[in-house]
Write a protein that binds this ligand. Structure first.
Ligand code: SAH
Length: 222
């Protein structure tokens, strides 16, 4: 149904992943579980354009179709590190995209529920992840609404730039839970880490500027 992806992972790819993990260490990533995930996951296989595979272990975003991108590895590592995931925690991801961030969350031990609003990306990633040995729950829907049926979540991660913090996501977080979300500011986004202290009380930390594709309203039509 989708374009043929060359599904080979080689020692050269593995070597490039080790180098990428070292680049992330230099940029400040410390969490060993996250670094091991980067060394383990064949990122090139999440990039649909085979011609880009040779660049897959550069610390850069790449197009994945439907006008979307696979996030930069540093951003994926930074957001995952902020979540402080413990094994078997329930994590809600908004913006499945290529599934790479989903795979990182699974590698660090989370139970992942991920929502994507573009039908094409949802379908493709639903096919790809099991082929790579990742089995998880993917949903086609609007991330602003979260997943009330499966709430509450220990952690929530948003992988697209949000104009504001969706209240449904705050409601679906456990007390003590963490939401990591890039929120629009001028032409980029400010990364926010929000800890739910009680049903009505939240602690917010600002963690600098990043650049994301926008979190869009409703489902896409493609
Ligand atoms: N984690 C992904 C990031 C992809 S970019 C990766 O590394 O591949 C962000 C994704 O969020 C895109 O796939 C986009 O289609 C999706 N998205 C945008 N608005 C959304 C919404 N309201 N609900 C769910 N997904 C959304």
């Amino acid at each position: 149904m989708f374009e043929i992806i060359i599904m080979t992972d080689t020692y050269r790819h593995k070597g490039l992943r080790k180098q990428l993990a070292q680049v992330l260490v230099k940029k400040g990533i410390k969490d060993n579980a996250v670094l091991t995930a980067v060394e383990t996951i064949p990122r090139h296989l999440f990039i649909p354009d085979n011609a880009l595979h040779k660049y897959a272990y550069e610390d850069k975003p790449f197009p994945i179709g439907s006008g979307q991108t696979i996030s930069q590895p540093y951003t994926v590592a930074f957001q995952t590190e902020l979540l402080k995931i413990k094994p078997r925690e329930k994590v809600l991801e908004i913006g499945t995209g290529s599934g790479y961030q989903t795979a990182v969350l699974l590698e660090v031990g989370a139970k992942v529920f991920s929502i994507e609003r573009q039908k094409y990306l949802y379908e493709r990633t639903k096919e790809l992840l099991p082929q790579l040995g990742y089995n998880t729950k993917l949903f086609y829907g609007d991330g602003y609404k979260g997943l009330p049926t499966f709430a509450p979540f220990d952690k929530i991660i948003v992988t697209a730039g949000a104009p504001y913090i969706p209240e449904d996501l705050l409601n679906q977080l456990k007390i003590g839970g963490i939401l990591v979300i890039p929120v629009d500011e001028d032409n980029s986004q400010r990364m926010k880490k929000i800890v739910k202290l009680s049903a009505t009380n939240f602690e917010t930390e600002d963690l600098g500027l990043f650049r994301f594709v926008p979190l869009l309203k409703e489902k896409g039509r493609d």
